[in-house]
Design a binder for this molecule. Sequence first.
Ligand SMILES: [Fe+2]
Length: 297
Amino acid sequence: MGQTGGISEPEALETVALTPRIGSQVMVDKEALLSGRHAAQIRALLIQRGAVVVRGVALDDEDLRTVARTLGDLRIGSARRGADGAILSEGDGGVLRVTLDERRNPEYARFLFGNQLWHMDGTYEEVPPFATLLAPVRLSQRGGDTLFANTAAAFADLPEEEQRGLEKLRVVHTMQAALFPAKRDCTVEEFALWSSYPQRSHPLVWQHRSGVRSLVLSTSGAYVEGMEPAESHDLLQRLMIHATQDRYVYRHKWQPGDLAIWDNTATMHRVEPFDRDSGRELHRCTLNGEEPVTAPI
Ligand SMILES: [Fe+2]
């Protein structure tokens, strides 16, 4: 700890920008990360940079929970309800196995294929999760990179007149909108199951307490309320293409021992397709949201 006039200050945190507009790597070792002494700086960096990466820390599940708790409110139960009304579990004590292998995660594997399209987590909830932590257990030989897009930077670059127009709009998010594009050959029963999940309307532009404004974009965004369907489709598609241009995107190439954390409230993410039989598995902790999606006044 540095000392200034008897008042202790946090140690400087060494960070490296991974792209100009999104993503920073934090140079800390496992002990420092677990101690939580950089937690306030990592939180601030998450909000500034959208995604934060730490390499070479090799966290087990208990370590992952510990780091998550230094950064926010670890989600144990889920606000999301299954079709039968039961609350879906967030895995083992807040650690969810992200895998397509139904033997490793029977509850979620049948929905996780939707992760290959750009999305925010928890758009069906009134207060979407603040952040997500992801650590690899088994990686695929090919594919499987995770991509992050900065929806605050994408909004900031739009002409002011267009920003003012978008700030008045609301978008309805549905599970069938999120999953159908990833499985166009679904059965009637699958589509009916997705359609049975609750949907949620959010403002298209989020005025965060931090002062940042971001686009609330996700493949789950089905339509703009009160807009002609064709206009709504074209607008959401145009904004999605805008927000996922290379200049707003960081592509994370996983290495064993990595930890990636992202601010779910001002980014989207997706996983690049990978071999289903690869056994690829990452462990995820989710931090509960801290503010509802609020439109600018
Ligand atoms: Fe996700």
